[in-house]
Write a protein that binds this ligand. Structure first.
Ligand SMILES: NC(=O)c1ccc[n+]([C@@H]2O[C@H](COP(=O)([O-])OP(=O)(O)OC[C@H]3O[C@@H](n4cnc5c(N)ncnc54)[C@H](OP(=O)(O)O)[C@@H]3O)[C@@H](O)[C@H]2O)c1
Length: 339
């Protein structure tokens, strides 16, 4: 029997998780929620995603605007095994009480604290730990990107220490708010929370981070330095290690790909839904070893890199697949991502 899934919060991440769940042959999307009659409600109606509101009042407003609504969140929670909470930062903490009362499992997103679930998830490193769990938190887009490249490096060559300078997109493309149009804003809480967040998944990794916000919407770019304990590692060794990993993809300046905008164009040319790029993108010719120091650049599509992680997290929490690599392969095939 397929796992019955709800998505609470149908914004940037929620609509993508909902679409991804619909593509799985071992999961059923039972419903999604909206609080307001904005255009995402018509996406849900048009794409056959049963639509729920948080309460009766919202349901009335929505129906008056011509949307088809099946009920309220409380009804939805009686019909599912697991809810993927994609509500705004910090709201998941309040929602957890509702899930507890309804006796359903829940996945929270990176805008919540680690303590909400006690397990912060990345499919490469935490799949086994999530088996059968009631709560988990899929870490943020930046944290996911950092883990994807640093986890295999640490396993193969031992990372003595790592430092990442994170160049953050100011806002998502659909957001009306965002960073100033002509300014760069450094994060003044140092070191930034990103390194701490990586350690919620990889506690042994000695990593610190700094970040600046820039006026772009398409991707984050990471400038990473990792000191490797193993001697004699060559750039080609690092590239061939990453090449064997799912969800890491190379681009090259030599082939004309020098900017995050050009990477987004590749996603569109590949026909990816919404122009998404869920893999972590590493510049092959922006990777260099000097003695024990590895330097590299990578780009992260903030709106989509956590989507496959949510699908694997569901599969592990629902104990539908014991083997992480089999789940990752299944997810990636269904979403049309990979090399
Ligand atoms: N965007 C990113 O780059 C990104 C990347 C990775 C992780 N995340 C994390 O994913 C989570 C969601 O972020 P997002 O970017 O998808 O936010 P978002 O685009 O603002 O979407 C969240 C949606 O939740 C709905 N909502 C508001 N109050 C709610 C409530 N009480 N219960 C349920 N839904 C409610 C809102 O839709 P309506 O009010 O219109 O229904 C809103 O559009 C956050 O934890 C965030 O940190 C975001």
């Amino acid at each position: 029997m397929p796992a019955r899934i709800a998505v609470n919060g149908f914004g940037t991440i929620g609509k993508r998780v909902a679409r991804a769940v619909k593509l799985q042959d071992d999961m059923e999307l039972v419903g999604v929620t909206k609080t307001r009659p904005t255009y995402e409600a018509s996406i849900a109606n048009r794409e056959g995603m049963p639509l729920y509101t948080l309460d009766e009042k919202q349901m009335k407003v929505m129906e008056e605007q011509g949307f088809r609504v099946e009920g309220v969140l409380q009804d939805l929670l009686t019909k599912v095994d697991l809810v993927v909470d994609c509500s705004p930062n910090g709201v998941g903490e309040e929602n957890k009480k509702l899930y507890e009362e309804a006796g359903v499992k829940a996945i929270f997103q990176g805008g919540e604290e680690h303590g909400i679930a006690g397990l912060s998830f990345n499919a490469f490193s935490s799949y086994d730990l999530a088996q059968g769990r009631k709560w988990a938190r899929v870490v943020s887009c930046n944290t996911t990107g950092l883990i994807r490249t640093l986890y295999p490096l640490d396993r193969m060559f031992k990372v003595e220490e790592a430092f990442a300078a994170i160049v953050r997109r100011g806002a998502d493309p659909a957001e009306a708010k965002g960073s100033a149009l002509n300014a760069v804003e450094p994060s003044l809480h140092l070191p930034t929370h990103h390194g701490t967040d990586v350690r919620t998944v990889l506690p042994g990794l000695n990593i610190s981070t700094m970040a600046v916000k820039v006026p772009t919407t398409n991707m984050h770019v990471h400038c990473i330095h990792a000191k490797l304990r193993k001697k004699g590692v060559k750039t080609s060794d690092v590239l061939s290690l990453w090449d064997q990993m799912p969800r890491i993809r190379f681009v090259s300046g030599k082939h004309g790909i020098r900017t995050s905008g050009q990477i987004m164009e590749i996603a569109r040319d590949l026909g990816r839904h919404s122009g998404d790029f869920a893999e972590t993108i590493v510049w092959e010719d922006g990777t260099h070893i000097d003695g024990e120091s590895l330097y590299y650049y990578q780009a992260v599509h903030q709106e989509s890199d956590v989507i496959p992680e949510n699908i694997d997290c569901i599969r592990s929490m629902m104990e539908m697949e014991k083997d992480a690599s089999r789940s990752i392969r299944k997810t990636d095939r269904s979403l049309g991502i990979g090399k």
